[in-house]
Design a protein around this ligand. Structure first.
Ligand SMILES: [Zn+2]
Length: 242
């Protein structure tokens, strides 16, 4: 139907939103010794992309391949109701442009989405670039160009990367933006790139929802704010606001 096509931008965070837990830290925890875990998560000296890069290089030095890591990625679980939400999105795909926006590197996250059969629903991917090149057995990380946001981790500011995408796709500026998220690193984009017609869909009981109880944070949010505990509630918000 005319007027219904692609007027909405669905922006999905990954860890804690699509899945229960954190895919990168799960990967670290399940494959590294205590000492190696500590060296890879030395965030006094490493930004997040450097930590992930260090991890893959370390695994390679131990002659591990991605096939050793794949079962861990596949073992991640969707949050409740997320499969229902993606069934709804598939049935109504004409209305939505779907984006993944994560602070993680893109290999594990997209691998998971592919295994779960929903990768094809995503139109754009924002994250730390990483891939398994032909003939290689371990993922390689590429660093993004630096941003000047003081709030976010040095490796990626979701707001900065999102703005770059919008600049390349002018028509998205007028789309209604839904940002489905849960974490502290989602606040930057929500407070700076969302209009009063947009909807930030925050997971109840997690970091971002706790921040929203403080005036110093919530005063900067111009969009509608709703809270979710289950993917089925997100379907209702999409119906209500589109
Ligand atoms: Zn930022």
């Amino acid at each position: 139907m005319e007027g219904e096509e692609e007027k909405n931008l669905l922006l999905f965070d990954f860890d804690g939103t699509l899945v229960d837990g954190d895919i990168i830290f799960t990967m670290f925890e399940k494959t590294l010794s205590k000492e190696d875990y500590a060296s890879v998560t030395d965030f006094e000296h490493l930004n997040y992309a450097e930590a992930i890069d260090k991890y893959y290089k370390l695994m390679k030095s131990y002659n591990k391949t991605m096939s050793d890591i794949h079962p861990i990625l596949e073992g991640m679980k969707f949050n409740e109701g997320i499969p229902d939400l993606f069934t709804y999105i598939r049935e109504n795909k004409k209305k939505f442009i779907v984006l993944l926006i994560t602070g993680d590197d893109l290999y594990p996250t997209t691998y998971f989405l592919k295994k779960k059969g929903i990768l094809d629903l995503f139109d754009y991917f924002i994250g730390i670039p990483s891939k398994l090149e032909d003939g290689e057995t371990m993922v390689k990380v590429t660093y993004l160009s630096p941003h000047d946001c003081n709030y976010c981790d040095k490796s990626l500011c979701k707001n900065y990367e999102f703005k770059k995408l919008i600049e390349k796709n002018e028509k998205f500026k007028n789309y209604k933006l839904f940002f489905i998220c849960d974490g502290w690193n989602d606040y930057c984009l929500a407070s700076q790139s969302m209009k009063n017609t947009d909807v930030v869909v925050i997971r109840e009981g997690f970091k971002f929802s706790n921040m929203m109880k403080e005036e110093k944070f919530n005063k900067n949010i111009k969009s509608n704010v709703v809270y979710w505990q289950n993917g089925k509630e997100i379907i209702e918000y999409l119906k209500k606001y589109t």
